[in-house]
Write a protein that binds this ligand. Sequence first.
Ligand SMILES: Cc1cc2nc3c(=O)[nH]c(=O)nc-3n(C[C@H](O)[C@H](O)[C@H](O)COP(=O)(O)OP(=O)(O)OC[C@H]3O[C@@H](n4cnc5c(N)ncnc54)[C@H](O)[C@@H]3O)c2cc1C
Length: 805
Amino acid sequence: MESHAKVVVIGGGVVGCSILYHLAKLGWQDVVLLERSELTSGSSWHAAGVIHTINSDPNIARLQGYTINLYKELEELTGQSCGIHRPGGIYLASTPERLDYLKQERAKARYMGLETDFISLEHARELNPLIDPSKYLGALFEPMDGHVDPSGVTHAYAKGARHYGAKVHRNTPVLETNPRPDGGWDVVTPTGTIHAEIVVNAAGLWAREVGRLAGIDLPVQPMEHHYLITDMIPEVRDHGKEVAVTVDYEGNAYTRQEHDGLLLGTYESNCVPWAVAGTPLDFGHELLQDDLGRVTERLEMAFDRMPALARAGVKKVINGPFTFGPDGNPLIGPVPGLRNYWTAVGVMAGFCQGGGVGLCMAEWMVNGEPSIDIWGMDIARFGEFATRDWGTIKSAENYSRRFILTYPNETLPAGRKQKTTALYDRLVGKGAVMGVSYGLEHALWFARSPGEAVETPTFRRSNAFDHVAEEVRAVREAVGFIEIANYSKHEVRGPGAGAFLDRMLANRLPKPGRIALTPMLTPKGKLYGDLTVARLDEETFYLFGSGVAQNMHRRWFEMHLPPEGVVYRNKTDELHGIAIAGPRSRELLARLTRTDVTNSGLKFRDIRKMVVGNIPATVVRVSFSGELGYEFYCAPGYQLALYEALEREGADLGLRPYGGRALMSMRLEKNWGVWTTDFRPDFTAAESGLDAYVAFDKQADFIGKAAAQAERQQGPGKKLVTMVVKTEDLDCVADEPIFHDSTCVGYVTSGSFGHTVGKSLAMGYVPAVLAADGTKLQVELLGHFYDAEVTARALYDPDGVKMRR
Ligand SMILES: Cc1cc2nc3c(=O)[nH]c(=O)nc-3n(C[C@H](O)[C@H](O)[C@H](O)COP(=O)(O)OP(=O)(O)OC[C@H]3O[C@@H](n4cnc5c(N)ncnc54)[C@H](O)[C@@H]3O)c2cc1C
C-alpha cells in the first residue's frame, strides 16, 4: 500500500466511491479509498435503489438530477451495469394542502428546466394500475424517476475511479486518524499508515465511529427502515410496461416494480433509531430483525389505496439501517475547527444524491469552491449545539416526517430549547412564538398572550399576520426592541488584523469607531458573506453577520489566517444583545446612558463602548428596519438587566417587542436582501447589488477582486430585484418562478408582506435587461400567476432619511 496520498477516502459505499470517482475524473490521481470489508458493506447493498429529483432545496434537487443522468455515462465508461430503470415517478396528493405542495414543486421544476408536471388521475392509473384514483386529488409526474441496482452503481463508481487512476483498497479498515504537524493526517490501517494531505470521512453507518477517530462527534443517526417485496401481482405482470415509481404521501408509502411484484417501503412515525450507542464494528452484510407490527398501520393505509397490494403475498421483508442527518440532508465539506478533514455523511438517499455529493466534494477540493451553493448540505450549518444526542432526536424526527408536510411557516418541535438566552422566559411570557436558528431560540412574532402563541401551519398568510402588522407599526411610529443574540459576532485582532481583513473583505475598512458594510467574495467572485465590519481600535475588529453562517465564516477565516499577527475568535456566544429601532429610539437611549447620543455625538454607522442601563455595552448605530436604530451588544450575563432597563424606560414611549418576521417585512420595504436567501454563493456582488459596497479601487488584492472587476466590465447577466406582487391572501416565501411574457426568467429568493406600504413584496433574480423599474413580470404561487412589478427604489423611505436623522 502507498505511504502517501493527496486524499484518503474512508468508506466504500456509494458515497465514498462517488467522491473517489469525481476526484479522479477532475484530475487528482493520487487519491485512495480504504474500505474495511468489501465495497457496499454498509447501507448501500440493501437500498431500494429508488431515484428521484424532488427535494425542498432546489440546488440539492439539481444535484439529484445530475446523479440520475450520470448513471448512463458511468455505464458507458465502465461497462458495469447500474441496472437503470426509468419508468418515471408519480407523486400523489390526497389533501388540498398536499396538492398545494405539489404545485410548489412543479413551480420549482419550471425554473430548473425539469419536465415535472401534473397528469390526470386516470393517466396516473395507466402508469400504475394499482392505484385507486378515487382516493386522490392530484398526481404530479416526473419522467426522470426510476430505480437502479445499488451494488452495480457502487461498483461502477469504483471502476470509473480506477479508470481515471484512483486506487481502492478493500479489507483495509481504518483504525486511527492522527493529525500531523504539517496539517495532514496519518491514516493507520493494519497493513500500513498513509500520510494523507486530506481525509474524507464517508463511512456511512460508521460515520460517527470514524469521526471519533479524529475527535469529533457527528450529529447523524442510523435509522431502521422497512420495505417489503411482494409475490407476483397479476396487475403488475400484465401491465405491459414497467409500473411507475409511486410516492403516496398521505398513504406514507413508496413503491416500485420488482420483477412481477412491487417493492413497498414506508417511513413509520414510531421509528427506531438503530445502534444509538455506536454501530457495531462487526456489522456488515446482515439485516435487522423485521418488526412488521411497527409498520402494520402504514401498510393497511397503502392496501386501502392500492387494493391489489392487499391480495399479494409477501415474498421478502427487509429491515436495514441507514444514516440520517438532523434536517434530512447530508453533512458535507471541510469540518470547521479541523485542518484538512472533510465529511460526506448523513447521506440518506445515496442513490439520488451520491453523484451530486461526489461532484461537489471534488469541485470544492480541486477548484477551491463547488460550482453551486451547497449550503443545504454544508456541515458548517451545524456547530457545537448539534451534539450526538440532539442529532439522534432530530434525525429521528426527520425520518418520521419524511412523507409529512412541513409548511414554510412551521418550526419543528423536536430538540427545541437546545440553546436559549437569558430573555427566553421573558419573551415567551410576552407571547413570543419562537423559531430556531443555529440551535438558538429566537422570537418570530408576538401573540397577545402566551396562551395564543401558536401559529397555524399554512402556505398562506397565517394568524401571525395582524400581530406582525402591529409590531411593524410600533417600530415605524414609536420604538420597538428585538433580541439580536442570534447575529454572529466574529472578533479579529492583532497587528496583522487590518491587513488580513483588507484581503478578506471587498470593502474598505472603516476608521476606528466606525462600521462599514462589506461583501466577502470567493476567488471566483461569488458571495461568501454579507457582513458589517466594525473597527473598535487600530487593531481590533468585530464582524457582525448571519448567525446561521457563523461556522461557515469561522472556517473561511481560519482557512486564510496568516501564521502570526492575527487572532480570530467566534464571539457569537459571548456577545448577546438587543436592538432598538423607531423614531423614539434615541429618546429611549438617552434615558439609559450619560454618553452624548445626539446625532453629532453618536453618528450613523458609529460604534462605541458605553454604559447603557447600567451595564457595559458596545453600541452600534445601525438599522436593518430602515428606522433610526441602535444595536446593544453585551456579555450574556448582562442581557437581562439591559432588557429590564429598556422596559422600564421605554414604557411611556410606546416600546414593544418585535420579532424576526416584522424585521423581514421592514427590510423588504427597504429593498434590502439577506444572507442565505437573497445573498449566497450562487450569486456575485454585481448580480446582488452588493457591488455598491465593493471598493474596486482599494489597494489590497482582496479575494475575488479580479473576478469582480471582470464582471463589472462586462456587466452582470442577471440582477436581484424587488417586486410588488399583486396577491390576495398569500405572499412569496422563496423559490417561486418568475415569468416574463410567459417565459420563466428567474426565481424568487425571499418574500413577505410589507405592512407599512401595504403591499406583498418579493426579491428575486431576473435577467439584467428585465431589472428596470416598472418592468412587468408574473410570479407563480400555488398554481396561480400573479402580476408583479419591479420597484427599483425602496417603497419606504428610499433616500434613507429616517435612519440618519
Ligand atoms: C432499507 C433501505 C432502503 C433504502 N432505499 C433507498 C432508495 O430507495 N434510494 C436511495 O437513494 N437510498 C436508499 N437508501 C439509502 C442508501 O442506502 C444510503 O443513502 C447509502 O447507502 C449511503 O451510502 P454511504 O456510502 O454513505 O454509506 P454506507 O453504504 O454505509 O458505506 C459506508 C462504508 O464505509 C465503510 N467503513 C466504515 N468504517 C470504516 C473504516 N473504519 N475503515 C474503512 N471503511 C469503513 C463500510 O464498510 C461501508 O462500506 C436505503 C437504505 C436502506 C437501509
